[in-house]
Design a protein around this ligand. Structure first.
Ligand code: AMP
Ligand code: GLY
Length: 426
């Protein structure tokens, strides 16, 4: 690795703002550029669409070559599923993110389940169908709850945990008749319901060696007490006590090592970040709910705050086959993120809300998600999830106090946040 790297970060959510904050602290950074970014980034970091594209391969590669970029770090799944890491590979520029083949682990639920089956990884039993009638007739013979998943990327909206046959019918209707998740090649994965506690575990890997970040717990429902619609995530905390040392050991042995070996067996080693969505049963057995090919959002915003070392060499090593399997140096204590969302999120979030954010106090860092600066440099909201308020301290209680104290000082009409993030671990 060169001593100083020019880094390009792709993405514009809270996750990428947090990644940028960690990368900017690196003693190995020469220059960071971001595309498309958001209102939280210094404007000199942000590239505009005249300079780069992530859908036009020639334009993307021309930027990489002309700018002498040393490392590309990809936040979201879509560009990875579309092959952005393969483009980098063609011109031998390291990319922290898996190839299109490997990104299918998130891009196709069917692909993910088949891989898990081939590698004997513990997960819910499943069946796959390509039309309404066969999936409907199968569902009628199953136990409930039953989990219905559209096969492809669905921005977090393709999964229904159905308690009744009516709900199954509605979900199948959305997939096959309404074609809400893509018109061609619609497929459904129907799987059994797993009971337990969920946790998100991030694994950085070069395909063979790997290191795990502290496990986090996300809060997916919109409102306090885990009610309301499913969202991208309203807050998270780390470490998640549910992932004890014993559980982690089991996860490594029965999930991480077999899945990485399965990718190698298929001659497509997985590099970058592997997100393992876990369900941990009452008797401490981990099952896989899902894999994602990228960091989680908002879990990343709190997990990165616990890392007590320079993250950039680790990203570079994972991208260039030179990672060492080891434990990362961590800060003691606990971190959390509380998401400030626009009224109406997730279905119809209000936009254009004016935001006034005071200077952060205590250990608080504010990561922007759906924000931009308008023509007069005022900060306004552009999306459902607007900000992630993070803190880190010696206890989770103190961490949450800091987040909530700060939230009470933000002026943002027509927004809401959950008041019970991390409560279950207190
Ligand atoms: P996925 O996009 O596959 O992560 O599913 C979204 C959410 O649905 C998960 O975070 C779980 O809360 C829930 N879920 C998915 N699959 C199952 C399952 N087999 N059993 C129980 N809950 C599930
Ligand atoms: N917070 C869940 C996810 O990133 O998929």
């Amino acid at each position: 690795m060169k001593n100083k790297l020019k880094v390009l970060l792709i993405g514009g959510g809270g996750r990428e703002h947090a990644l940028a904050q960690s990368i900017l602290q690196s003693s190995h950074l020469e220059e960071l550029k971001v595309f498309p970014g958001n209102g939280g980034f210094d404007s000199h970091l942000i590239l505009n669409s005249n300079e780069i594209s992530i859908t036009d391969k020639n334009k993307f590669l021309a930027y990489i070559k002309n700018s002498n970029t040393d490392l590309v770090v990809v936040g979201p799944e879509d560009p990875l599923v579309a092959g952005l890491a393969d483009w980098c590979d063609e011109i031998q520029i390291p990319c922290f993110g898996p190839s299109a083949y490997c990104a299918q682990i998130e891009g196709s639920k069917h692909f993910a389940k088949e891989m898990m089956k081939d590698a004997y990884i513990p997960t819910a039993s499943f069946a796959v169908f390509e039309d309404f009638h066969s999936s409907w007739s199968y569902s009628q013979k199953q136990m409930f709850p039953l989990v219905v998943k559209a096969d492809g990327l669905a921005a977090g909206k393709g999964v229904t945990v159905a308690l009744t046959l009516d709900e199954v019918k509605q979900a199948l209707n959305d997939i096959f008749i309404e074609q809400k998740f893509g018109a061609s090649g619609a497929k459904v994965v129907i799987e059994s319901f797993l009971e337990g506690n969920e946790a998100s575990l991030f694994v950085i890997t070069d395909g063979k060696n790997y290191t795990c970040l502290p496990a986090a717990q996300d809060h997916k429902r919109a409102f306090d007490g885990d009610v309301g619609p499913n969202t991208g995530g309203m807050g998270a905390y780390a470490p998640a006590p549910i992932v004890s040392d014993t559980v982690l050991k089991e996860v490594k042995k029965t999930i991480i090592e077999p899945i990485l070996a399965e990718f190698r067996n298929r001659k497509f080693p997985y590099k970058g970040l592997l997100y393992v969505g876990l369900m941990i049963s009452k008797d401490q057995k981990p099952n896989v709910v899902e894999f994602n090919c990228r960091f989680g959002d908002p879990e990343t915003q709190c997990v990165l705050r616990l890392i007590d070392e320079d993250i950039l060499p680790i990203f570079y090593q994972a991208s260039t086959n030179s990672l060492k399997s080891r434990d990362l140096k961590l800060k003691p204590g606990a971190s959390a993120v509380v998401v400030l969302a626009a009224k109406g999120y997730p279905d119809a979030p209000m936009k254009g809300i004016e935001l006034e954010i005071p200077p952060p106090a205590d250990s608080v860092l504010v990561f922007h998600a759906g924000t931009k600066k308008d023509a007069s440099d005022k900060l306004i909201s552009t999306g459902g999830r607007i900000l992630g308020i993070t803190a880190v301290s010696i206890s989770l209680k103190e961490t949450l106090n800091q987040c909530y104290n700060f939230l009470s000082k933000i002026s943002a009409p027509n927004t809401f946040y959950r008041r019970d993030i991390g409560k279950r671990a207190l």
